[in-house]
Design a binder for this molecule. Structure first.
Ligand SMILES: Nc1ncnc2c1ncn2[C@@H]1O[C@H](COP(=O)(O)OP(=O)(O)O)[C@@H](O)[C@H]1O
Ligand SMILES: N[C@@H](CC(=O)OP(=O)(O)O)C(=O)O
Length: 668
């Protein structure tokens, strides 16, 4: 029997069928862009901009990216090269995107549901789904990997399930091929063949996994890698269709044994920190690892012909990419590319104009923040405003690469720049008048009366300084800041407010049979055993309250039951469900007196009960747990009262979630 090796089956190498980027036959719709990207030995050292496109951006705005955004950068600055880093496509939401479908297919291959539960126990009439197929060998030789003649009812249903999930992926990507390539018929055919080939290999991989009855974390990563490869294939072909030379840079094998050996050597070298020998998998993603990875990614991009289009998936990460870095890993990959290239700027393109004072879909008066510190951005990300992967900031900022969040639907907007405190000018706090559309998806320009930066928000025309080439909104007469800017500059206000939903609070009250130090150690060792991360904690000597994200638990009810029963001997355990964390974030809060008082007084005025309170040691975050049903109301109240945004100035805008009750203010 020839079972494909799981490691090799999906790494099909570069897109063999696509023409060389500079080859004849490519159209020259933007010939200036085409020639501008070719490196020359006589050219001065290249400068780079790294653009990261998320799943929904590639899914919904592929043609806008390749025909408008990318050419506008290439044409405006011929001496600056672009590198694109792309995530797997998503449709309208990430939840229904390629990565989630790939995870579903992986689960289906082992008859597990998305949460890892055995489907055989929940689907009536199914036999145990992990029984190997009687004719598995024959089906592997099929080009589609179909299991049509499987005799076991359970396995037939199982393989049909993953087969139909792969079909959905195939159809969605074939649909995208039509949008990606509109001129070059041959190119479109080759792209289509590549997409079909990738999906066939996925089927074979899943089948192999089912035969050996195992999908290791590493295999799961390999399955995920297909999403980014497919997405990058579309982007490359779409650029080529428009005459822009581009090359797919697949990172599936960038981390190999030689790479890890090199990291080990650096670690063991004098001053290298932890010894290279015996470093556990979970500790291998240290700075030595990220530094070498950045170097390698930089080399790969520099060597690419034309625009490198890099898979946001970056390979066989020790301990698994999904488990060590988690979803949203493409942001980190883009940061490492930017570091390796010494980029002028890392741009994270999204469907939102930047970081707002609150989620603009929940607070109609939310305003765009022109600049924010990495610490603030990280806190907002951890506590519900998932604008950027939290690991991204550290890698980019430690090498002085500014990060800019930009909107694919509003490319000329200046976005939000993430800059360290020491580099950030006194904040021109908000973009006046830059108010989100109430309760609607953010659309181009509708909420952006204040436009910045002449050259389409591009950084190279900016004043030189500690961050070369960086142009900040609100500076150099960019037109942002508005009338209230100077006034707000003098007032110290928190930066933003955020809500994290789907939270539960675990309370443990000691039975006083152990000393307090072992009380804590027993609690945390239990949580550690079950991989439970604590978002927020509040303690006394005999009582601990912990807020935990339910979504982060591997099998929520089972994990919770186990944790509660194991903590039983320690004390009385109770769980509050349907909770939310409300966090007020701002670097200025370090120097402010009374902000916590105002926050809690506002919640009290709104009749909102607080279950636990916590202030981060860095003093830029005050958080509390409230009931989920009050979350929207609390968010709007704090936004108005503590951030002092919206309200009466919002001209008749009544913040969402404040329909009733005495909030102590009039909004109209
Ligand atoms: N403070 C905030 N500023 C901007 N967006 C926020 C904030 N809090 C939450 N969000 C939400 O984060 C999402 C990020 O943008 P989007 O590009 O849609 O995400 P993704 O890249 O995951 O597809 C938006 O849906 C927005 O509503
Ligand atoms: N495809 C991965 C990686 C990623 O970064 O996605 P996005 O950029 O769309 O958040 C995920 O869904 O997690």
């Amino acid at each position: 029997m020839t079972t494909p090796t799981q490691d090799s089956i999906l790494s099909s190498g570069p897109p063999a069928h696509l023409p060389p980027p500079s080859g004849s036959g490519t159209r020259s719709a933007s010939s200036s862009a085409s020639t501008s990207t070719a490196p020359s030995s006589l050219s001065p050292p290249q400068t780079w901009i790294v653009q990261k496109y998320g799943g929904t951006s590639v899914g919904k705005f592929l043609r806008a990216i390749t025909s408008e955004i990318v050419p506008s950068y290439l044409v405006s600055s011929p001496s600056t090269r672009l590198a694109l880093v792309c995530s797997a496509r998503s449709g309208s939401t990430k939840a229904r995107g390629t990565t989630n479908l790939l995870l579903t297919a992986a689960g289906q291959a082992l008859a597990l549901d998305a949460a890892g539960q055995d489907l055989a126990s929940s689907v009536s009439g199914m036999t145990l789904a992990r029984t190997p197929s009687a004719n598995g060998e024959g089906s592997l030789s099929s080009s589609t990997g179909s299991l049509g003649s499987d005799s076991s009812a359970g396995t037939t249903q199982t393989s049909a399930a993953f087969d139909s999930t792969v079909d959905i992926l195939l159809q969605e990507h074939l649909g995208a091929v039509e949008i990606a390539v509109t001129h070059d018929v041959e190119l479109r055919k080759r792209l289509e063949a590549d997409v079909r080939g990738d999906c066939d290999r996925l089927r074979q991989f899943l089948l192999a996994a089912r035969i050996i009855e195992e999908i290791s974390p590493r295999s799961k990563d390999i399955i995920l890698s297909l999403g980014e490869r497919l997405s990058c294939r579309l982007v490359v072909a779409s650029l080529q269709d428009l005459g822009i030379p581009a090359e797919l840079v697949g990172l599936e094998s960038v981390i190999d044994a030689a790479f890890l050996e090199e990291v080990g050597k650096r670690r063991a070298s004098p001053g290298g920190g932890v010894g290279g020998v015996g470093v556990g998998e979970e500790n291998q993603l240290d700075q030595h690892f990220y530094d070498l990875l950045a170097e390698r990614l930089g080399e790969r991009c520099r060597n690419a012909q034309g625009v490198p289009v890099v898979t946001g998936y970056f390979g066989a990460v020790p301990g698994s990419l999904l488990q060590q870095v988690g979803r949203g890993y493409t942001d980190l990959c883009a940061a490492l590319c930017a570091v390796g290239l010494g980029a002028l700027e890392l741009q994270i393109w999204k469907e939102v104009d930047g970081v707002f004072t609150a989620d603009p879909r929940k607070v109609s008066t939310a305003r765009l923040i022109p600049s924010i510190t990495p610490e603030e951005a990280a806190e907002l990300t951890y506590y519900g405003s998932e604008v950027i992967h939290p690991f991204t900031m550290e890698q980019a900022i430690r090498r002085r690469v500014p990060i800019r969040i930009k909107n694919v639907e509003n490319p000329s907007g200046s976005g939000t720049v993430i800059l360290p405190d020491s580099e950030e000018p006194e904040r021109d706090h908000l973009v006046e008048g830059h108010v989100a559309q109430p309760q609607t998806p953010l659309t181009s320009g509708a909420n952006t009366p204040a436009r910045a930066t002449g050259a389409g928000g591009m950084p190279w025309g900016a004043a030189e300084g500690a961050w070369p080439g960086l142009e900040l909104s609100g500076m150099a007469g960019s037109g942002v800041g508005g009338a209230g800017g100077a006034q707000q500059q003098q007032r110290r206000l928190p930066t933003a407010v955020t809500i994290k939903e789907d939270v539960l609070v675990l309370n443990v009250h000691s039975n006083r049979k152990t000393l307090s130090h072992s009380f804590f150690s027993r609690i945390f060792s239990t949580l550690d055993r079950h991989h439970v991360a604590v978002d927020l904690i509040s303690t006394s000597e005999v009582h601990v309250s912990m807020a935990i994200s339910a979504a982060s638990l591997r099998r929520p009810s089972r994990t919770l039951d186990l944790v509660c029963s194991e903590l039983g001997p320690v004390g009385t355990v109770s769980v509050l469900r349907d909770m939310a964390i409300l966090s007020l974030v701002g670097r200025q809060m370090r120097h402010m007196v009374g902000v916590a008082g105002k926050m809690f007084a506002t919640l009290a005025e709104g009749g909102i009960n607080i279950e636990m309170i916590s202030q981060g040691a860095n003093e830029i975050n005050i958080s509390c747990c409230i009931h989920a049903k009050s979350a929207l109301k609390a968010l709007n109240l704090i936004h108005y009262s503590v951030l002092e945004v919206g309200g009466p100035a919002g001209v008749g805008v009544k913040p969402v979630g404040m329909e009733s009750g005495n909030f102590g203010r009039s909004f109209v």
